[in-house]
Design a protein around this ligand. Sequence first.
Ligand SMILES: [Zn+2]
Length: 417
Amino acid sequence: MLAAREEATAFFSRELAPGCEGEVLDQATRLWEHLDQIKHHMATALARIEANGQLLGEGGQRDLATWMRHSFAISATQANEMATVGRTAMRGTFPDTTRALEEGELSFGEAAAVVAGVERAVEKRNSTDNPDPVLFAAKMEHGLLAFKQERPNTSVAGLGRAAHQMGARLDPNRVERDHEAAHAQRGATLSRTFGGSFLFQAWGSAADALRLEAVLESYANPHDTDDGLSRAQRDYDGFMNAVGRAQTHQECEKPSSPAALINILIPATTLAGCEGQDPATTQDGRVVPTSAVRELLGESVVRHLMVEHRTGAVLDVGHEYRIATPQIKVAAFVGHTTCAWQHGCDVPLKWTQADHIVEWWQGGRTSVENIQPLCSTHNRLKHRWGLRRDKRMWAGRQRGRSPSPAGPIPAPRPPRE
Ligand SMILES: [Zn+2]
């Protein structure tokens, strides 16, 4: 081991000759791969010591991550990563990941991301829909390794996001369940202090966080690196700008154009409620519940993309159009004074959103007769109920096919406006 270290030290201590930078970078990459292999075998051996109960007696710590944190003086994240990969290899629970790591197809960090992503998804899965944790883990592992093989340049962070998306695909109800639970727990408090200041706190679902982020971002003052403002101050200013706009434009007859943009990519089949398809994601890969996308759609601009299924490459981009134009909204809302929820609702018109009576993705047209005003509560409720009904419909349709043909289910065709 010492000889290997001396050789490496000698190589990197050499005077760097002009034109040799490429070679140094190559060697550094190679060395890093060797270090990954060493770390892998070392972590496996250490996991064995932990498993046979000798870690406390010999090393003075109960678990491996704690022992590594203190003995190697590394961060908790690094220690957990190493302990996870070591235990996995020792137990043989992720055979394909361990093999890929041994063969250099995965780096140590990537292997750790795969294992952590799968374990998180297994823990959060719905055990009624997916009763067998081993089978669920195997499906996830297989899918993630295939994803990495198809897109070798995916970063470790990208792999973590892919794990989240894959979990959502294998367990589509989870995202809706989390969304519903977080929304049910929502709240905000505004408390004044004696010193003349206040504290505002709000909590809710991740889908609402997306909207809030977009608003804070778009209402923030133009970024000026010299202004010396902290991120928190910028967010505060953005928030107060949005508040100011809400106050002054409340009675506006003319609906304003959307100032805060969120880009969401959703397969047409997912939007229609078909399970087992890719989930809706933001540009940075965060999963958005289908019901939340449906809810936002009435106020959205839509663009059809044709995407190559395996690689995600965009083959064709359609033109962009607003689901409900301000003109249609004004005309459709005539005759209403409140939210048009069928069971009655007193929320005034100015706080409602445009909603398609027959859903747009089910062929409903964006015409005056097919648009109604709904308050945010009832818009949310309508889409929550509607999504459940559509999922049952798709499930019934898929069961009705015999024998089940391979290949994707044809996407529903929304009308071109
Ligand atoms: Zn309502």
